[in-house]
Design a protein around this ligand. Structure first.
Ligand code: ADP
Ligand code: ZN
Ligand code: ZN
Length: 735
C-alpha cells in the first residue's frame, strides 16, 4: 500500500467512541469507515475477543495516537436499535447507579441482540388443529386432560409456540397431539405491522366508589404523573389497572405492566386476556432467546398492545407507550441484586416522566419511599380502603407463646383454633419461612451444630432426601450418622421447617390432607401452578407454605392464617426489617377471608407487647408505615438519607477489609457525608469468601451523586481492589 492511499483512507474514515460491555466506566475509540448513527450496534475487537458495543458518537478531533487504533469489524444496524426514550433511560440509569455504560446498555437488550443477531423477526413455530383435530369428539380425549385442553384451545385458533409455553400447556401433550395428527406445526411469519384495534373481551366490573374515583382521577389528569394506588389486599387494584388501561388502549397506545417475579403466572396473563381482545406478550424466563427477541420486537414496532414482564421489562422499547403499571411496588424482587443494581419501580417513574405517561404503582403495603413521595406531593395518592365484592376484613389474634409447649412450632391454642376451622369445612394456611425439615442439625449429647464448610451458616436438614443442604451456597451432603465432635449418634433436627410441619400436621389431623408449597415441592415445571390451583379449589384443607404463597394469590376458602414465628424480624439489625415484617404479615393476612367468610390471622410470638406489633395490629399497615417513616426521619435513613454501599469479597478477610479501607481513605471528607465501616456483612463468610461492606450515608441525593461521580475514577485505580471482587450498590435494599 502506498502513502497516498493510506492518507486518503485516513481522511474518509471516522473515529467513533464505542461503549463495550466491560466493567470499565469509559468508552473506547475505534476507526470506522462509515459514520454510524449514535445508538447503532457495532462489532469491535476488544483484547483477544470480538464484542458487541454501541456507537456513542464520533470523536470530533481524534488525537494522533502513538499506537495503532483498532477498527470496527462490522456495523450491525442501519438505525439505532433502541428507541430514543429507552436509550435515554439507560444513560440516565448508568449515571444514577454509577454503573459502566457499556454493561448497562447491553443489559437493555435481549440476549440475541447482545450477541450481534439482526434486530428482525425470523419465522417462528406455530401450531394449528388439523381437519381430523377439528372433527374429533373432544370427549374421546377424556383420559388425556392436558391434550384435551390444548386441542380445545387450538381448535379456536392457532397458537405460537411461545404462547403455548406462556400459558403452560403441557409440551408432552403437544407432542402427543402432533403424533396423532390432530394438530400440525407450521412456520408463522410475524408481521412487523401494528394490526390490532382496541376490543374488549369481557365486560368490566361495576366499580365501587373508591375504584371509580381512582380510575377517573387517572383518566382526567392534565399532566401525566405517578400515582400510588394504596389498596388493602382484595380491594380490587387489578380492576383499577384494567379500567385505566382500557382508556389508554382505546387511544391505540400500549401499556407496560411490571409484576414481581412471583406474580408472573398464567393466571395473570389469563386475567388480562379475558378482559382485552388485543395482542398481549409476556416476557418470562421460560421463553427461548428467539421468542424473547420476537416479543421485544412486537413491543418495539407496536404489534403488542400490552407487555407483561418482571423487572427487566422496564427496558422494553415501545412505539407508542401510553401507561406503565407496577404491581406490588414494594416487592424486593423489583430491585436487581447483582451486577447492574437498578430498581425497576424507580426507573418506571423516571421513564414515565421522560415519556410523559402516567405510572401507577400499586400495593396493599407500599414502600416507605413511595409513601414519602406521596407526602412530598411527587406522587398522587389513590386509596382503596374496602375489600371489593363481599370479602370482609381479617381479625388478628396474638398468641403469647412464652413458656408454652410447642409441637413443631404450633401452640395448643393455635391447634385448637385450626381444628375448629377444619371441622367447619374451612381451609387453614400455616406460614413459615423455612423450607426443609429443620434449620439445623444438633448433637443432643454435646451441642455440636452442623455448620456449612463454606459459609457462616448451619446446614438445613432435608429428611426426605436424607441430606444436609446449605441454602446459601447450595452445598449438599448426606446426613451424617455421628457427631463430628463426640461421635454420638444422637443427632436431632433443631427448629422447624415446612417439611416437618407438614409431617406433624398430617399426624395431628389425619382426616385433613396437607399440601406443602415451597421451593422444594414446586421444583418441577408447572407444579407451582398445579399446587396453587389445588389450593384455590380447596382440594387440601391444610396448606403449609413459605414466601411463595404470601403474595397475590387468591385462596377464597382460607379462613384462618397462622404465622408461627415472627420474632426474628422484631429484633433484626436491618433497618428495613420492621417495614418488611409489616408487609409480610399484612400480605399473608390478605390470603384469608377473601370470599364471603371472614378471616382470622393468628400470630405466635414471645413479645406480644412489642410496640411495632401492637401498632400494626391496632392501627393497620398504613398507620404503622407512617410511624416507621417518622423514625426514619429521625435517624436520617432512607427515604430521608441517601445510601450507597460498597461491597467487597475475597478468600482472605483482610483483603476485603483493606480494599474497603482504601476506598474509605480516598473518599472526600464532608460534614454531610457519613462513612460507616468497613464492617463484615451479616453473613461474613459465604461460599468460601469473606464479605465486607462500607456504607455511605448522605443527607442529600445530589451530594451523594457528586461524591460518587468524583471519586469513582480514582477508586477504580486502587491497587487494593485488584485482589477482591467489589461492587457499588446505589440505594441498596438488603444488606
Ligand atoms: P387486589 O389486586 O387489590 O388484591 P383484585 O383486583 O384481585 O384485588 O380483586 C379481588 C377480588 O375482588 C377479585 O376476585 C375481583 O374480581 C373482585 N373485584 C374487584 N373489583 C370488584 C368490583 N368492583 N365488584 C365486584 N368484585 C370485584
Ligand atoms: Zn456430639
Ligand atoms: Zn454454604
Amino acid at each position: 500500500m502506498n502513502a497516498t492511499s493510506v492518507n486518503s483512507n485516513a481522511n474518509t474514515s471516522t473515529v467513533i467512541q464505542v461503549a463495550v460491555p466491560v466493567p470499565l466506566a469509559r468508552v473506547f475509540d475505534y476507526d470506522c469507515d462509515q459514520a454510524p448513527a449514535v445508538g447503532t450496534r457495532v462489532q469491535v475487537p476488544f483484547g483477544a475477543r470480538q464484542v458487541v458495543g454501541f456507537c456513542m458518537g464520533a470523536v470530533p478531533t481524534p488525537a494522533a495516537s502513538e499506537f495503532k487504533r483498532k477498527a470496527v469489524s462490522k456495523v450491525l444496524d442501519e438505525q439505532p436499535v433502541l428507541s430514543e426514550p429507552v436509550w435515554e433511560l439507560l444513560q440516565w440509569a448508568a449515571d444514577y447507579y454509577q454503573h459502566p455504560v457499556g454493561e448497562v446498555l447491553a443489559h437493555g437488550l435481549p440476549v440475541l441482540l447482545r450477541q450481534g443477531e439482526a434486530a428482525s423477526y425470523q419465522t417462528t413455530q406455530a401450531y394449528q388443529a388439523t381437519p381430523a383435530g377439528q372433527q374429533l369428539e373432544l370427549n374421546e380425549l377424556r383420559n388425556a386432560r392436558q391434550q384435551q385442553r390444548l386441542l380445545a384451545a387450538l381448535r379456536s385458533g392457532s397458537l405460537l409456540r411461545r404462547d403455548i409455553v406462556a400459558q403452560e400447556y403441557s409440551l408432552s401433550a403437544l407432542k402427543a397431539l402432533q403424533e396423532k395428527e390432530l394438530i400440525e406445526a407450521y412456520q408463522h411469519q410475524p408481521s412487523a405491522e401494528r394490526d390490532w384495534t382496541f376490543a374488549i373481551g369481557s365486560e368490566p366490573l361495576q366499580l365501587n366508589p373508591e375504584q371509580a374515583l381512582a380510575v377517573a382521577a387517572i383518566g382526567a389528569a392534565q399532566q401525566p404523573q405517578p400515582y400510588l394506588l394504596e389498596g388493602v389486599t382484595g380491594s380490587g387494584k387489578t380492576e383499577v389497572y384494567l379500567q385505566a388501561m382500557a382508556e389508554v388502549l382505546r387511544k391505540g397506545k400500549q401499556v407496560l405492566v411490571i409484576v414481581p417475579e412471583i406474580g408472573l403466572t398464567p393466571q395473570t396473563l389469563r386475567r388480562f386476556q379475558k378482559r382485552f381482545a388485543v395482542p398481549i406478550v409476556m416476557l418470562h424466563s421460560a421463553l427461548s432467546d428467539r421468542e424473547r427477541l420476537d416479543a421485544w420486537l412486537d413491543a418495539k414496532n407496536g404489534a403488542a398492545a400490552i407487555v407483561i414482564g418482571t423487572r427487566s421489562a422496564i427496558f422494553t422499547p415501545f412505539s407508542q407507550l401510553g401507561m406503565i403499571v407496577v404491581d406490588e411496588e414494594h416487592d424486593s424482587s423489583l430491585k436487581q441484586q447483582e451486577g447492574f443494581r437498578y430498581h425497576a419501580r424507580d426507573l418506571a417513574v423516571v421513564r414515565g416522566h421522560k415519556e410523559r405517561v402516567p405510572v401507577i404503582l400499586g400495593s396493599a403495603t407500599p414502600s416507605l419511599e413511595s409513601i414519602n413521595n406521596v407526602s412530598q406531593k411527587r406522587y398522587a395518592h389513590l386509596q382503596l380502603t374496602q375489600r371489593a365484592g363481599q370479602a370482609r376484613p381479617t381479625r388478628h389474634m396474638v398468641v403469647d407463646i412464652k413458656q408454652m409447649p410447642l409441637k413443631a412450632g404450633l401452640s395448643v391454642p393455635l391447634i385448637e383454633r385450626m381444628r375448629e376451622e377444619l371441622e367447619r369445612g374451612q381451609q387453614v394456611l400455616v406460614f413459615i419461612n423455612r423450607r426443609g425439615f429443620a434449620p439445623a442439625l444438633l448433637c443432643h449429647e454435646c451441642g455440636w451444630l452442623a455448620q456449612c464448610r463454606r459459609c457462616d451458616a448451619y446446614y438445613t436438614v432435608h429428611q426426605r432426601q436424607q441430606q444436609l443442604q446449605c441454602h446459601h451456597c447450595g452445598d449438599q451432603l448426606r446426613i451424617p450418622a455421628q457427631c463430628h465432635d463426640c461421635g454420638s449418634t444422637q443427632l436431632v433436627g433443631r427448629g422447624v421447617g415446612t417439611e416437618q410441619l407438614e409431617q406433624t400436621l398430617t399426624e395431628l389431623f389425619p382426616d385433613f390432607p396437607v399440601l406443602r408449597i415451597d421451593r422444594d415441592s414446586t421444583r418441577r415445571k408447572g407444579s407451582l401452578q398445579k399446587h396453587l390451583a389445588d389450593a384455590t379449589e380447596n382440594k387440601f384443607p391444610l396448606l403449609v407454605g413459605t414466601q411463595m404463597i404470601a403474595k397475590g394469590h387468591h385462596f377464597p376458602h382460607v379462613t384462618l392464617v397462622a404465622m408461627l414465628d415472627i420474632d426474628g424480624a422484631l429484633y433484626s439489625s436491618d433497618f428495613r426489617a420492621a417495614e418488611r415484617l409489616g408487609q409480610l404479615i399484612t400480605q399473608v393476612a390478605g390470603r384469608a377471608g377473601r370470599a364471603s367468610a371472614p378471616g382470622t390471622v393468628v400470630l405466635q410470638t414471645h413479645h406480644p407487647e412489642h410496640d411495632l406489633l401492637q401498632d400494626l395490629i391496632h392501627n393497620g399497615y398504613a398507620a404503622f408505615a407512617r410511624s416507621l417513616l417518622r423514625e426514619r426521619e429521625l435517624t436520617q435513613l432512607p427515604p430521608f438519607g441517601q445510601l450507597a454501599l460498597f461491597r467487597a469479597e475475597a478468600h482472605e478477610a483482610q483483603h476485603a477489609q483493606a480494599a474497603l479501607q482504601a476506598i474509605a481513605d480516598q473518599l472526600p471528607r464532608h460534614p454531610q457525608l457519613m462513612v460507616l465501616g468497613p464492617m463484615p456483612a451479616v453473613m461474613e463468610r459465604r461460599a468460601g469468601r469473606y464479605r465486607y461492606q462500607l456504607l455511605l450515608q448522605c443527607q442529600q441525593r445530589g451530594l451523594r451523586q457528586q461524591i460518587l461521580q468524583h471519586s469513582l475514577p480514582q477508586l477504580q485505580q486502587l491497587p487494593e481492589l485488584r485482589r477482591v471482587r467489589w461492587s457499588l450498590d446505589v440505594d441498596p435494599q438488603d444488606f
